[in-house]
Write a protein that binds this ligand. Structure first.
Ligand SMILES: [Zn+2]
Length: 64
């Protein structure tokens, strides 16, 4: 499972989402940024920023 936490991009925001693939996660994150943070123009760099912060949820937390 892939995980994106908005707080890594917008300090203080606790929104996060999980999805099976990055494309779906990016889509949800963009939607959240538009609706919640008023980002009307999602620039290419924004998508890159989201992708850079998506991580594998299973990697280190499976044992927790
Ligand atoms: Zn947010």
């Amino acid at each position: 499972m892939r995980l994106f936490e908005c707080g890594t991009l917008v300090p203080g925001c606790e929104w996060h989402s999980r999805a099976q693939d990055d494309a779906e996660l990016v889509r949800r994150a963009v939607e959240h940024l538009r609706l919640t943070h008023g980002e009307d123009m999602i620039r290419e760099t924004m998508v890159d920023n989201i992708k850079a912060r998506i991580r594998d949820e299973d990697a280190n937390e499976a044992a927790a």
